[in-house]
Ligand binder design. Structure first.
Ligand code: PLP
Length: 343
């Protein structure tokens, strides 16, 4: 059987031959001693792209979020985010268990916080109520379906946070997709945030790696937290080289993934499906029985995620082309038909 069309996530990409060459050619040193030149180059480059004082290379987006939030919120203090945020849905309660952080969530149907609702939730705190120390937003929003905060709305959120003296962390695992979809500069997002997490191993196609962005003054604390979490990687320049390659070659091409997501959504809609218009590279569709459709599609070589009992998620990326998306739509439509029905 040929390779499956894998739309479960944009994390499934494999390094291209050119990226592998960049890995082989990397100059390395001991990164825990701060001596890996390729890691340092990557950290400096990403910090500059977003306008931060510095960046710390970490193994995963989860670790980048844990460190970024903990630089802002001490144990026993509060973080406010939307109720479907990655930090509360997919990080195994890491903020609570490692960081002692209280998380309070606000419902947001498409994952994007409403500044007015947020204003009713954040609080300065008093002798019996802990104050909100930080607000977290996810750009783009994963479970919301790759949705994008317009800059205007982020600015309003920043103002709401400022009113109670709270900081802002942006979970920007897919911020590159927002940048390409809107044309906003990466630094426009960076300048609104106190800390930020960005990933190289989603749409950018690197095998491993994320960065946490912060002020120059907090870099030593960020590195201490990384060490405490066991994220100190030694000759990590091999991975950083893949990241540098991804920054050079794989940002602008995200537009292709966004086009393919629209194509997939249109084809499925043509089959009578209920599909949300994709803003970036994530397509969300509602079906009667998501696990059953996913299973039948998998048997025919198309892999998608059941994101709930009736919700499917499909993510486009650099290892799936237009033909793959067209094929996926046809296979999914077939997989969703009641058994025995004649097409
Ligand atoms: C994937 C993802 C993460 C975590 O990244 P990993 O590298 O898988 O740990 C964090 N936030 C968002 C929004 C994500 O989509």
């Amino acid at each position: 059987m040929s390779e499956p069309v894998d739309l479960r996530s944009d994390t499934v990409t494999r390094p291209s031959p050119e990226m592998r060459q960049a890995i082989v050619a990397a100059t390395v040193g001991d990164n825990v001693y701060g001596e890996d030149p390729t890691v340092r180059e990557l950290e400096d480059r990403v910090a500059a792209l977003f306008g931060f004082g510095g960046a710390v290379f970490v193994p995963s987006g989860v670790m980048a979020n844990q460190i970024g939030v903990r630089l802002l919120v001490a144990p026993g203090e509060e973080l406010v985010c939307d109720s479907e945020a990655h930090v509360v849905t997919h990080e195994h309660a890491g903020l609570a268990s490692h960081g002692g952080v209280q998380t309070r969530t606000v419902p947001a149907p498409d994952g994007l916080l409403d500044p007015d609702l947020l204003a009713e939730t954040v609080r300065a705190g008093n002798h019996f109520t802990v104050g909100t120390r930080a607000v977290l937003v996810e750009q783009t929003h994963n479970r919301g379906g790759g949705t994008v905060y317009p800059l205007r709305r982020l600015r309003r959120i920043r103002e709401v946070a400022n009113r109670v003296g709270a900081a802002l962390h942006i979970d920007g695992a897919r911020v590159w997709n927002a940048h390409v979809a809107t044309g906003e500069e990466l630094s426009a997002y960076g300048e609104l945030a106190d800390t930020m997490a960005v990933s190289l191993s989603k749409g950018l196609g690197a095998p491993v790696g994320s960065l946490v962005l912060t002020t120059e003054a907090s870099l030593a604390d960020a590195r201490r937290l990384r060490q405490r979490l066991g994220g100190g990687m030694r000759q990590a320049g091999l991975l950083a080289a893949a990241g540098l390659y991804a920054l050079d070659h794989n940002i602008a091409r995200l537009a292709e993934d966004h086009r393919n997501a629209r194509l997939l959504a249109e084809r499925l809609r043509g089959e009578g499906w209920t599909v949300r218009a994709p803003r970036t590279n994530i397509v969300v569709a509602d079906v009667d029985d998501a696990p059953a459709v996913a299973e039948r599609a998998a048997a025919r070589g198309v892999l998608v995620s059941a994101f709930g009992p009736t919700r499917l998620r499909m993510v486009t990326h650099l290892d799936v082309d237009e033909a793959g998306c067209a094929l996926a739509a046809a296979v999914l439509a077939e997989a969703a038909r009641p058994t025995g029905a004649v097409a």
